[in-house]
Design a binder for this molecule. Structure first.
Ligand SMILES: NC(=O)c1ccc[n+]([C@@H]2O[C@H](COP(=O)([O-])OP(=O)(O)OC[C@H]3O[C@@H](n4cnc5c(N)ncnc54)[C@H](OP(=O)(O)O)[C@@H]3O)[C@@H](O)[C@H]2O)c1
Length: 257
């Protein structure tokens, strides 16, 4: 990247698959340089090559496990590099656990909480310093409609991200930095296959496509919204869940494939 280059840079966690790959594609298409973060270095290199070829942008990669302190530190270091400012941070990497809380290994629960809560908090903290100094920047936190529903520790973790974003957007938008929690419903990605969940438990109409979710997410961030739920059907579901008893909104138990 040259000093006269006016393109800004976006850093996306979990950028090799699903929603993260779509954030990378749409932000690349808009002309942003990219920093892609995930664990699988082969997939990162292939994705970087594809995006550089398609959009004439620079793409860096950081192979890091974001449930691990050293992995998070590598991304913090990049976000703290004032010579190469990151204007957009997308906290997206995540996974789900198929079984219920009491059945899960506590180490898996701790890694889940770290990736969904501690890592986005640490990366937001690192990114904010430069963004506030420059009085410009955007943070997009990929939460979930589960934040509004009683669905185990996943809901609890995503609820934290929504509450954090709601407060942070209020605190920092007067200083030029917006923080947006995006709350998708069920979306076709690798997420459910990775947790070995039977996707047929949910009817077809409940499934969203990643391009729509990301388009709405970027528009919401552009408008400086604190929280955005993509699609009318899920805004309706969340509104109904606010008034219905919790036992009616917990949904069917997850089933393995
Ligand atoms: N799909 C849905 O229905 C849905 C709905 C609501 C919210 N969400 C949220 O959307 C976000 C993205 O999920 P997705 O559906 O796009 O999932 P996905 O298709 O499984 O993609 C997950 C991405 O995160 C990366 N990742 C996973 N664990 C990681 C770790 N420990 N360190 C670094 N990177 C890691 C993966 O790459 P590597 O394996 O190479 O690390 C991959 O790039 C998550 O926060 C999820 O909770 C998803």
């Amino acid at each position: 990247m040259t000093a006269s280059d006016s393109k800004t840079t976006a850093l996306i966690t979990g950028a090799t698959a699903g929603l993260g790959a779509e954030f990378a594609r749409q932000l690349g298409e808009q002309g942003h340089h990219l920093v892609l973060v995930a664990r699988d270095s082969g997939r990162l290199a292939a994705k970087a090559h594809e995006l550089e070829n398609n959009y004439s942008i620079d793409v860096e990669v950081i192979a890091a496990d974001l449930t691990d302190d050293a992995g998070v530190a590598a991304v913090v270091e990049r976000l703290s590099d004032e010579a190469r400012p990151v204007e957009i941070l997308v906290n997206n990497a995540g996974f789900g656990l198929l079984r219920s809380f009491e059945e899960n290994d506590i180490e898996d629960e701790k890694a889940h909480l770290k990736l969904l809560v501690e890592t986005p908090m640490v990366l937001s903290h690192a990114a904010l310093k430069g963004m506030l100094r420059r009085r410009s920047g955007k943070i997009v936190n990929v939460a979930s409609v589960a934040a509004f529903l009683p669905r185990g520790t996943y809901s609890a973790a995503k609820g934290w991200l929504v509450a954090f974003s709601r407060w942070a957007n209020l605190a920092y938008s007067p200083q030029g930095v917006t923080v947006t929690a995006v709350c998708p419903g069920l979306t076709h990605t690798e997420f459910h296959d990775r947790m070995e969940m039977d996707k047929s438990v949910a009817p077809q109409w409940m499934w969203l496509k990643p391009d729509r979710v990301v388009r709405e997410a970027l528009a919401a961030s552009g408008h400086g919204r604190a929280v955005w739920i993509p699609s009318k059907r899920y805004r309706f579901i969340v509104a109904a869940a606010q008034v219905l008893p919790a036992r009616l909104t917990t949904g069917p138990p997850r089933r393995s494939k």
